[in-house]
Design a protein around this ligand. Structure first.
Ligand SMILES: [Fe+2]
Ligand SMILES: [Fe+2]
Length: 241
Protein backbone atom coordinates (compact mmCIF):
# COMPACT_ATOMS: atom_id res chain seq x y z
CA UNK A 1 0.00 0.00 0.00
CA UNK A 2 1.22 3.51 -0.83
CA UNK A 3 1.38 6.57 1.40
CA UNK A 4 -0.44 9.19 -0.66
CA UNK A 5 -0.30 12.98 -0.46
CA UNK A 6 -0.46 15.88 -2.90
CA UNK A 7 3.36 15.68 -3.05
CA UNK A 8 3.24 12.06 -4.32
CA UNK A 9 4.56 11.74 -7.86
CA UNK A 10 2.81 9.69 -10.55
CA UNK A 11 6.05 7.65 -10.69
CA UNK A 12 5.40 6.65 -7.03
CA UNK A 13 1.84 5.61 -7.89
CA UNK A 14 3.14 3.43 -10.73
CA UNK A 15 4.89 1.26 -8.12
CA UNK A 16 1.72 0.75 -6.06
CA UNK A 17 -1.40 -1.41 -6.56
CA UNK A 18 -2.44 -1.22 -10.28
CA UNK A 19 -5.91 0.01 -9.22
CA UNK A 20 -4.35 3.33 -8.14
CA UNK A 21 -3.00 4.13 -11.61
CA UNK A 22 -6.23 2.89 -13.25
CA UNK A 23 -8.17 5.32 -11.06
CA UNK A 24 -5.84 8.22 -11.92
CA UNK A 25 -6.02 7.47 -15.67
CA UNK A 26 -9.83 7.15 -15.49
CA UNK A 27 -10.03 10.82 -14.38
CA UNK A 28 -8.44 11.88 -17.69
CA UNK A 29 -5.88 14.20 -16.03
CA UNK A 30 -2.96 11.83 -16.69
CA UNK A 31 -2.41 9.65 -19.77
CA UNK A 32 0.12 6.99 -20.71
CA UNK A 33 3.21 8.79 -21.98
CA UNK A 34 2.77 11.92 -19.80
CA UNK A 35 5.67 12.88 -17.51
CA UNK A 36 5.45 10.61 -14.42
CA UNK A 37 7.59 13.03 -12.38
CA UNK A 38 4.57 15.33 -12.01
CA UNK A 39 3.00 15.41 -8.54
CA UNK A 40 -0.67 14.89 -7.70
CA UNK A 41 -0.80 18.49 -6.45
CA UNK A 42 0.59 19.83 -9.75
CA UNK A 43 -1.83 17.73 -11.82
CA UNK A 44 -4.79 18.99 -9.79
CA UNK A 45 -3.57 22.60 -10.10
CA UNK A 46 -3.12 22.24 -13.89
CA UNK A 47 -6.54 20.68 -14.48
CA UNK A 48 -8.59 22.50 -11.83
CA UNK A 49 -9.25 19.19 -10.06
CA UNK A 50 -9.99 19.17 -6.31
CA UNK A 51 -6.94 17.45 -4.72
CA UNK A 52 -8.95 16.24 -1.70
CA UNK A 53 -11.42 14.42 -3.93
CA UNK A 54 -8.67 12.92 -6.08
CA UNK A 55 -6.69 11.73 -3.03
CA UNK A 56 -9.85 10.08 -1.63
CA UNK A 57 -10.42 8.29 -4.95
CA UNK A 58 -6.79 7.14 -5.08
CA UNK A 59 -6.85 6.07 -1.43
CA UNK A 60 -9.87 3.80 -1.94
CA UNK A 61 -8.08 2.13 -4.89
CA UNK A 62 -4.91 1.94 -2.77
CA UNK A 63 -6.61 -0.35 -0.27
CA UNK A 64 -8.01 -2.72 -2.88
CA UNK A 65 -6.53 -6.19 -2.87
CA UNK A 66 -5.09 -7.15 -6.18
CA UNK A 67 -4.99 -10.92 -6.05
CA UNK A 68 -5.74 -12.38 -9.50
CA UNK A 69 -8.77 -14.71 -9.26
CA UNK A 70 -7.67 -16.71 -12.32
CA UNK A 71 -4.69 -17.31 -14.58
CA UNK A 72 -5.27 -14.64 -17.19
CA UNK A 73 -2.61 -15.86 -19.67
CA UNK A 74 -4.92 -18.05 -21.84
CA UNK A 75 -7.32 -15.12 -22.29
CA UNK A 76 -4.51 -12.74 -23.22
CA UNK A 77 -3.49 -15.25 -25.90
CA UNK A 78 -6.97 -15.25 -27.53
CA UNK A 79 -7.85 -13.00 -30.45
CA UNK A 80 -10.15 -10.11 -29.53
CA UNK A 81 -12.99 -11.75 -31.47
CA UNK A 82 -12.51 -15.07 -29.64
CA UNK A 83 -12.37 -13.30 -26.30
CA UNK A 84 -15.66 -11.50 -26.90
CA UNK A 85 -17.24 -14.81 -28.02
CA UNK A 86 -15.88 -16.54 -24.91
CA UNK A 87 -17.26 -13.89 -22.55
CA UNK A 88 -20.69 -14.03 -24.18
CA UNK A 89 -20.79 -17.85 -24.40
CA UNK A 90 -19.55 -18.52 -20.88
CA UNK A 91 -20.33 -15.60 -18.60
CA UNK A 92 -23.22 -13.76 -20.23
CA UNK A 93 -24.98 -17.05 -20.90
CA UNK A 94 -24.40 -18.21 -17.31
CA UNK A 95 -25.92 -14.97 -15.99
CA UNK A 96 -28.95 -15.03 -18.29
CA UNK A 97 -29.64 -18.66 -17.36
CA UNK A 98 -29.06 -18.26 -13.63
CA UNK A 99 -30.16 -14.76 -12.56
CA UNK A 100 -33.88 -15.73 -12.46
CA UNK A 101 -33.03 -18.82 -10.39
CA UNK A 102 -30.80 -16.84 -8.00
CA UNK A 103 -33.50 -14.21 -7.50
CA UNK A 104 -36.09 -16.92 -6.85
CA UNK A 105 -33.88 -18.92 -4.46
CA UNK A 106 -32.96 -15.90 -2.33
CA UNK A 107 -36.66 -14.86 -2.29
CA UNK A 108 -37.84 -18.33 -1.20
CA UNK A 109 -35.29 -18.68 1.60
CA UNK A 110 -36.00 -15.15 2.89
CA UNK A 111 -39.75 -15.91 2.82
CA UNK A 112 -39.22 -19.14 4.79
CA UNK A 113 -37.28 -17.22 7.52
CA UNK A 114 -39.02 -13.85 7.88
CA UNK A 115 -37.27 -13.24 11.22
CA UNK A 116 -33.83 -13.14 9.54
CA UNK A 117 -33.03 -9.59 8.44
CA UNK A 118 -29.85 -10.61 6.65
CA UNK A 119 -31.74 -13.02 4.37
CA UNK A 120 -34.16 -10.20 3.53
CA UNK A 121 -31.22 -7.90 2.74
CA UNK A 122 -29.61 -10.62 0.60
CA UNK A 123 -32.85 -11.08 -1.35
CA UNK A 124 -33.10 -7.33 -2.05
CA UNK A 125 -29.43 -7.08 -3.07
CA UNK A 126 -29.82 -10.03 -5.45
CA UNK A 127 -32.92 -8.47 -7.02
CA UNK A 128 -31.03 -5.20 -7.41
CA UNK A 129 -27.88 -6.73 -8.93
CA UNK A 130 -29.94 -8.96 -11.26
CA UNK A 131 -31.78 -5.92 -12.66
CA UNK A 132 -28.54 -3.97 -13.04
CA UNK A 133 -26.80 -6.90 -14.73
CA UNK A 134 -29.58 -7.42 -17.28
CA UNK A 135 -29.05 -3.89 -18.54
CA UNK A 136 -25.25 -4.15 -18.18
CA UNK A 137 -25.10 -7.25 -20.42
CA UNK A 138 -27.29 -5.63 -23.07
CA UNK A 139 -25.28 -2.41 -22.94
CA UNK A 140 -21.99 -4.31 -23.20
CA UNK A 141 -23.14 -6.42 -26.15
CA UNK A 142 -24.88 -3.61 -28.06
CA UNK A 143 -22.19 -0.97 -27.57
CA UNK A 144 -18.73 -2.22 -26.60
CA UNK A 145 -18.76 -5.75 -28.02
CA UNK A 146 -20.23 -4.52 -31.31
CA UNK A 147 -17.42 -1.94 -31.55
CA UNK A 148 -14.78 -4.54 -30.70
CA UNK A 149 -16.09 -6.79 -33.48
CA UNK A 150 -15.91 -3.87 -35.92
CA UNK A 151 -12.35 -3.12 -34.79
CA UNK A 152 -11.30 -6.75 -35.04
CA UNK A 153 -12.34 -6.95 -38.66
CA UNK A 154 -10.89 -3.50 -39.32
CA UNK A 155 -14.06 -1.85 -40.45
CA UNK A 156 -15.08 1.60 -39.28
CA UNK A 157 -16.69 1.56 -35.85
CA UNK A 158 -20.43 2.14 -36.11
CA UNK A 159 -21.36 4.85 -33.60
CA UNK A 160 -23.63 3.62 -30.82
CA UNK A 161 -25.42 5.44 -28.02
CA UNK A 162 -21.98 5.74 -26.36
CA UNK A 163 -20.34 7.52 -29.33
CA UNK A 164 -17.82 6.08 -31.77
CA UNK A 165 -14.83 5.40 -29.47
CA UNK A 166 -14.47 2.37 -27.21
CA UNK A 167 -13.31 4.57 -24.29
CA UNK A 168 -16.89 5.79 -23.74
CA UNK A 169 -18.57 2.43 -23.13
CA UNK A 170 -15.49 1.13 -21.29
CA UNK A 171 -15.76 3.96 -18.74
CA UNK A 172 -19.47 3.09 -18.27
CA UNK A 173 -18.73 -0.63 -17.95
CA UNK A 174 -15.97 -0.05 -15.38
CA UNK A 175 -18.33 2.05 -13.25
CA UNK A 176 -20.99 -0.65 -13.45
CA UNK A 177 -18.40 -3.31 -12.52
CA UNK A 178 -17.49 -1.30 -9.40
CA UNK A 179 -21.18 -1.19 -8.45
CA UNK A 180 -21.51 -4.96 -8.99
CA UNK A 181 -18.44 -5.54 -6.84
CA UNK A 182 -19.99 -3.42 -4.08
CA UNK A 183 -23.11 -5.63 -4.26
CA UNK A 184 -20.99 -8.79 -4.02
CA UNK A 185 -19.24 -7.39 -0.94
CA UNK A 186 -22.61 -6.78 0.72
CA UNK A 187 -23.79 -10.30 -0.13
CA UNK A 188 -20.61 -11.80 1.37
CA UNK A 189 -21.22 -9.81 4.56
CA UNK A 190 -24.88 -10.87 4.81
CA UNK A 191 -23.88 -14.56 4.52
CA UNK A 192 -20.54 -14.64 6.42
CA UNK A 193 -18.81 -15.50 3.15
CA UNK A 194 -21.60 -17.89 2.04
CA UNK A 195 -21.28 -20.04 5.16
CA UNK A 196 -24.44 -21.96 6.07
CA UNK A 197 -25.46 -21.34 9.70
CA UNK A 198 -26.09 -24.31 12.00
CA UNK A 199 -29.51 -25.75 11.25
CA UNK A 200 -29.75 -24.32 7.72
CA UNK A 201 -32.07 -26.53 5.65
CA UNK A 202 -31.30 -27.93 2.20
CA UNK A 203 -32.83 -25.02 0.30
CA UNK A 204 -30.82 -22.50 2.34
CA UNK A 205 -27.59 -24.43 1.66
CA UNK A 206 -28.45 -24.78 -2.02
CA UNK A 207 -29.10 -21.03 -2.22
CA UNK A 208 -25.77 -20.17 -0.56
CA UNK A 209 -23.88 -22.49 -2.91
CA UNK A 210 -25.61 -20.90 -5.91
CA UNK A 211 -24.85 -17.34 -4.76
CA UNK A 212 -21.21 -18.31 -4.03
CA UNK A 213 -20.92 -19.69 -7.57
CA UNK A 214 -22.47 -16.45 -8.91
CA UNK A 215 -19.92 -14.40 -6.93
CA UNK A 216 -17.01 -16.44 -8.31
CA UNK A 217 -18.28 -16.26 -11.88
CA UNK A 218 -18.78 -12.48 -11.61
CA UNK A 219 -15.28 -11.92 -10.22
CA UNK A 220 -13.71 -13.96 -13.05
CA UNK A 221 -15.96 -12.33 -15.68
CA UNK A 222 -15.15 -8.79 -14.59
CA UNK A 223 -11.44 -9.60 -14.25
CA UNK A 224 -11.29 -10.82 -17.85
CA UNK A 225 -13.07 -7.68 -19.05
CA UNK A 226 -11.21 -5.14 -16.88
CA UNK A 227 -7.75 -6.62 -17.30
CA UNK A 228 -7.77 -8.09 -20.81
CA UNK A 229 -10.70 -7.04 -22.95
CA UNK A 230 -10.85 -3.33 -22.11
CA UNK A 231 -7.10 -2.56 -22.42
CA UNK A 232 -6.91 -4.57 -25.65
CA UNK A 233 -9.97 -2.85 -27.12
CA UNK A 234 -8.37 0.53 -26.35
CA UNK A 235 -5.12 -0.63 -28.01
CA UNK A 236 -7.04 -1.91 -31.05
CA UNK A 237 -8.76 1.45 -31.43
CA UNK A 238 -5.33 3.13 -31.35
CA UNK A 239 -4.10 0.66 -33.99
CA UNK A 240 -1.61 -1.03 -31.62
CA UNK A 241 -2.98 -4.55 -32.23
FE1 LIG B 1 -19.61 -8.92 -19.57
FE1 LIG C 1 -19.08 -6.34 -17.86
Amino acid sequence: MLTLSSRSKVADLQNGPPAVMRTLVSTGIFRDGDDPEVTIGELCWNFGFNPGILLNMLQSANTQEDVPPIDIAPFKAMSLLDLVEHIEDVHHRYLRENLPLLTELTREVAAAHPEDGRLAALKLEMQHVATELESHLAHEEEALFAMVRDLAIRTAVKPTRCGDAVGGPIACMETEHEAALASLKKMREYTDGYTAPAGADDLWQQMLAAVARFDQDMVEHMYKENRVLFPRALDAQLGKS
